[in-house]
Design a protein around this ligand. Structure first.
Ligand code: VAL
Length: 467
């Protein structure tokens, strides 16, 4: 164990940081709408099965790789797998992926921040007009918001693992839980809220198609921060006393519970605040839902609690999503930071400057790819349509590479690092893992059907997205 590697101060610190990474824009906003539109309770069931039977073993494998090697993805794959071109490449993908996901995640976080500030400044009525979104993202304000958000992320990461990442999670996560519960209680007591709950949970098995199943697994993978090197990196910040098996279960339960609870907030709000809205108008994209649909819903609350009241509820919602986005963004950017610190012997400060100069520029390109600069707006064309710079990063790194990275982790721990060593690592922390049903299941699943499923998703996504 490397003596000078900084570690989380406690197991709870690690769990909160990992849950902070997991709980993000994906599950707070994307999940509820996906679930409601694609079979309600039936989707929830499939999603929960995927989280626990497929994602959880991958999560444990990533954490175990990080803790055993005490390194980020590139270091972990080479340290545990020896010199091999294939596995160094897998490690490299584990660093490039979060670097690129960080670019589009940053853009959305910047918009969230902009909306939050505008709502607090009394502009909810302006934002409720869906055309305001296009105006805002093409205005100079986004650059100001970008500087502030990049500043916040830098401030947290510069302070390090314990005083930065862990401390931020310890403050932001409990605040997020409190706001979420307060909003859910408020929403559920409004008239007609139960219609939204029904829309969200009543199972409709006939809506479950192969593409819904595929979407549920991708959603679960993204939501749990898998395939992005994050949990390898966070795993390298814990010591042998931390029980990975138990901690991973808690992270998965927290993430799923937050996603479910978010559904109990968003759908009833749609039904109750603005009864004129037809729920089938709900968009599949989290982005248009947050920025063009929900402000209109919140504004309708002014009839019952006044404009200031409606702005407070909307502000609380945007603050909640912003907190979730910041703890996720921090975890995404920490992977390349950790790579530069561990492999290239940069200081944290120098790593952050290097990232600001590289990822920062790509983020600028992505920011102006919504109409401001034609070159980035119509960057390339595939699948018969022009795509912006933002779209390209999203399609490649969110949709396509994540299952590939997950597949590489499964093959690596089962066939290169070997099951016995994985089991020994997962048995640390006093959990009677060796010989348990969990051990048998995890070894079997990671070496057989999980990689097959992930390969299927990867190939299917390539075919559907790019051809
Ligand atoms: N898991 C997070 C989310 O759901 C990030 C890290 C991708 O938004």
């Amino acid at each position: 164990m490397s003596a000078n590697r900084e570690h989380f101060s406690s197991r709870i610190g690690f769990i909160l940081a990992a849950a902070g990474s997991a709980v993000g824009i994906g599950n707070l906003v994307g999940f509820p709408v996906n679930a409601a539109k694609n079979g309600g309770g039936a989707f929830l069931l499939i999603y929960a099965i995927f989280v626990f039977l497929i994602c959880l073993p991958v999560m444990m494998a990533e954490m175990a790789m990080g803790r055993k090697s005490q390194k980020e993805p590139v270091g972990a794959f080479t340290f545990l797998g020896g010199e091999s071109k294939l596995w160094s490449f897998a490690g490299l993908l584990g660093v490039i992926t979060p670097f690129m996901i960080g670019v589009f995640y940053m853009v959305i976080t910047v918009w969230l921040f902009g909306y939050l500030v505008m709502i607090l400044g009394g502009n909810l009525d302006y934002l409720a007009d869906p055309s305001s979104f296009g105006t805002f993202i093409n205005s100079g304000w986004v650059f100001l918001a970008l500087i502030v958000v990049a500043g916040i992320v830098n401030f947290i990461l510069l302070a390090g693992v314990k005083d930065g990442i862990e401390k931020a999670a310890k403050i932001l996560m409990p605040s997020l839980f409190i706001m979420l519960v307060a909003l859910v209680i408020f929403v559920l007591f409004q008239d007609n809220a139960m219609a939204g709950v029904e829309f969200f949970v009543i199972p409709e098995f006939d809506k479950i198609t192969p593409s819904v199943v595929n979407g549920a697994l991708s959603q679960a993978f993204f939501s749990l921060s898998l395939g992005m090197g994050i949990l390898i990196t966070y795993g390298s910040y814990i010591d042998k006393r931390t029980d990975i098996v138990g901690s991973a279960k808690l992270v998965a339960i927290t993430d799923t519970a937050v996603a479910f609870t978010a559904g109990l907030m968003i759908l009833p709000a749609v039904f109750s605040f603005n009864p004129d809205v037809n729920p089938t108008e709900l968009s599949d994209s989290s982005v248009s839902l947050i920025f063009t649909f929900l402000p209109k819903i919140f504004l309708a609350l002014q009839v019952s609690i006044g404009y200031v009241g409606a702005s407070i509820v909307a502000g609380a919602f945007f603050l909640l999503v912003f907190f979730a986005a910041i703890t996720s963004l921090v975890s995404i950017i920490e992977v390349p930071v950790s790579y530069l610190v561990t492999e290239k012997k940069f200081t944290r400060k120098k790593s952050l400057i290097a990232l600001l100069a590289t990822a920062g520029i790509l983020t600028l390109f992505a920011t102006v790819s919504f109409g401001m600069v034609a070159f980035f707006t119509e960057f390339v064309s595939y699948a018969g349509a022009p795509k912006s710079f933002f779209d390209v990063i999203y399609d490649i790194f969110y949709d396509t590479i994540l299952p590939l990275n997950g597949l590489l982790v499964c093959l690596f721990v089962s066939y290169r690092w070997k099951q016995k060593k994985l089991s020994e690592e997962l048995a640390e922390g006093g959990n009677n893992y060796i010989g348990s049903l969990s051990e048998k299941y995890i070894n079997f699943a990671l070496s057989t059907f999980i990689p097959v499923i992930l390969l299927g998703i990867f190939l299917n996504t390539v075919a559907v997205k790019f051809f």
